[in-house]
Ligand binder design. Structure first.
Ligand code: IMP
Ligand code: MG
Length: 179
């Protein structure tokens, strides 16, 4: 891995762990047991966030995975969202939380919320690790936000540039903005 690709650390491992812990505790308080709480991880970017988040939620949870594609191999959105992998189980009558890595234009999340709401969950909320509000094209509701950041292309902690850098344990800004 070429470390020179990265600028300084935008969000450190410690900052991420602390904030994810807070969100986990907030979710546990908002959904006291008993009852169903089903978290849907949006692959691939949110896998690390999901892993840390569920360990911070001190109650019974179930998980499932969904994959969508909105960016081909660059840093600009095509505006097109495709469902690549669907869920294993239905959502009817369940308390569902979508777990996403980042909300940028909002197109991916708007699509996901629409698709999942149509499956009649009892409740549908969204948790996003990162929020880039300056780039929003459509309005979306995000119930749990880790960090709001500037319009910079970030990698690490699950987030990629052309499928690389997901394993960096912190969040970093891509030096050349991926161009
Ligand atoms: P949106 O549809 O424009 O909101 O884009 C959401 C998706 O684009 C996220 O799930 C990410 O996979 C990807 N994305 C947006 N911004 C970044 C970034 O700064 N780094 C890595 N991936 C990003
Ligand atoms: Mg992605």
């Amino acid at each position: 891995m070429d470390e020179s690709t990265f600028e300084t650390v935008l969000l450190s491992t410690e900052q991420i762990q602390q904030r994810v812990g807070e969100i986990g505790r907030e979710i546990a308080r908002a959904y006291p047991e008993p009852g169903d709480l089903h978290l849907i991880c949006v692959l691939k970017g949110a896998f690390m966030f999901l892993g840390d988040l569920i360990r911070a939620i001190d109650r019974t949870v179930t998980i499932d995975f969904m994959a969508v594609s909105s960016y081909a191999k660059g840093t600009t959105s095509s505006g097109e969202v495709r469902l690549i992998k669907d869920l294993d189980t239905g959502l009817e009558g369940r308390n569902v939380i979508i777990v996403e890595d980042i909300v940028d234009t909002g197109l991916t999340l708007a699509y996901l919320q629409q698709v999942l709401r149509a499956r009649s969950p009892r409740s549908l909320r969204t948790a996003c690790l990162l929020n880039k509000p300056s780039r929003r094209l459509v309005e979306v509701t995000v119930d749990y936000i880790g960090f709001t950041i500037e319009d910079r292309f970030v990698v690490g902690y699950g987030l990629d540039y052309a499928e690389k850098y997901r394993n960096i344990p912190y969040i970093s800004v891509l030096q050349n903005n991926g161009q």
